[in-house]
Ligand binder design. Structure first.
Ligand SMILES: NC(=O)c1ccc[n+]([C@@H]2O[C@H](COP(=O)([O-])OP(=O)(O)OC[C@H]3O[C@@H](n4cnc5c(N)ncnc54)[C@H](OP(=O)(O)O)[C@@H]3O)[C@@H](O)[C@H]2O)c1
Length: 336
């Protein structure tokens, strides 16, 4: 009997994710029914939102139920199919499970292109989640214009690295906030950001006063808390805030709301929009096309942090909340 390995949610984490919150099991792969296909997973995307899905807080899709396979983005190859239009050998990607094999009806999954000159993990790590998130957040909310000042937090991470490069493509002055000298060096020297602020060793507010005395037009927010507060208080009139993530609060045990800066938002006439990538699903082809073109023109680089071993997925996902990842975090589940 064919078997698979899968992580199932055993408990809802309290604070940081604990090893015992998920269990790693080997189980039989169910026989394929009409309309289903079997995928061997190659890469699993680990994302900060995994912690949100493990909780039962108010969120943008149903939480993972206790006992269910952990949800995650995957790319893999079809091993067998009883679904018309899906062939063995084809690459598929989308929302799947933290598993070695997935039986799917195709809901939330679609064909994934093999792009000449771009490896599968690089393509998946760029076009899967982070690139489109950066693209739509910048295009629809940030609306960058030449000469404007953009500040992005978690700047050396999956989304942040793309956001800053989109800002440079549009002629912005780009300031990235990241943890540690190596990440700060990377975003300036390798990605072409104008400045980096190491929030672990610098006073972010003082550094912004020095690097952006003119004020900030666009804040692409990933962190929340004090970093967001330091940025917001330096926004210009008619500034835009693309509220993409608030990772500093994802492991919080007290159900707190960030304090509003409503008077400042009014006086500076700021636009703030929270957004979730899935809202843009009908426009994904637009993002893929533009991001791929920038890559081929040498204007967009992305870094992946690929960790081996599905059995270590829980260890790996914790890296996101301590800054232990450097680039888009993927698990190599099998060689594709
Ligand atoms: N809205 C959407 O549809 C959407 C889609 C994808 C991602 N997101 C959000 O975008 C953000 C980045 O996601 P990503 O996938 O690109 O992850 P990532 O940036 O590759 O990894 C997370 C990074 O966040 C930083 N971080 C973690 N805890 C922090 C803290 N307490 N204070 C400051 N920085 C902290 C760390 O970088 P340092 O080493 O620099 O601290 C860490 O490497 C997250 O907030 C995520 O929830 C939103």
């Amino acid at each position: 009997m064919a078997t698979r390995h899968v992580w199932r949610l055993a408990k809802r984490p309290v604070g940081d994710i604990a090893d015992s919150d998920l269990t790693y099991v080997e189980e039989a792969i169910p026989e394929l029914q009409d309309g289903q296909f079997l995928v061997q997973v190659g890469y699993l995307s680990l994302d900060p939102t995994n912690r949100i899905w493990m909780s039962d807080m108010e969120q943008y899709m149903p939480p993972v139920e206790l006992g269910d396979p952990m949800r995650g983005g995957v790319v893999g190859r079809v091993l067998a199919s009883r679904k018309p239009g899906v062939e063995a050998g084809q690459l598929m990607a989308g929302l799947g499970e933290w598993a070695s094999h997935i039986v799917s009806t195709g809901e939330g999954m679609g064909p994934f292109p093999e792009l000449p000159g771009i490896s599968i993990p690089q393509a998946f790590g760029t076009f899967g989640v982070v690139g489109p998130t950066a693209y739509f957040g910048m295009k629809d909310i940030g609306q960058p214009k030449a000469g404007e000042t953009l500040v992005v937090s978690a700047a050396a991470g999956g989304v942040g690295q793309v956001v800053g490069q989109i800002g440079k493509i549009h002629g912005c002055k780009v300031i990235g906030i990241a943890g540690g000298p190596e990440k700060c060096r990377y975003i300036v020297e390798e990605l072409g950001f104008d400045h980096a602020i190491d929030y672990k060793s610098e006073d972010v507010g003082a550094a912004l006063d020095r690097l952006a005395p003119e004020g900030i037009d666009i804040n692409f927010e990933h962190v929340g808390g004090q970093i967001m507060s330091d940025v917001i208080s330096r926004m210009k009139i008619f500034g835009r805030i693309a509220l993409c993530g608030m990772i500093s609060g994802y492991n919080a045990t007290d159900a707190h709301e960030e304090p509003g800066r409503w008077t400042l938002i009014l006086m500076r006439r700021l636009t703030i929009r929270g957004f979730i990538l899935t809202d843009f699903a009908p426009r994904f082809p637009e993002a893929f096309q533009q991001l791929a073109q920038w890559m081929m023109e040498g204007k967009l680089k992305t870094r992946q942090d690929i960790r081996p071993g599905l059995d270590k997925a829980v260890e790996h996902v914790k890296l996101l909340y301590s800054g232990g990842n450097f680039g888009k975090l993927l698990v190599e589940v099998s060689k594709l």
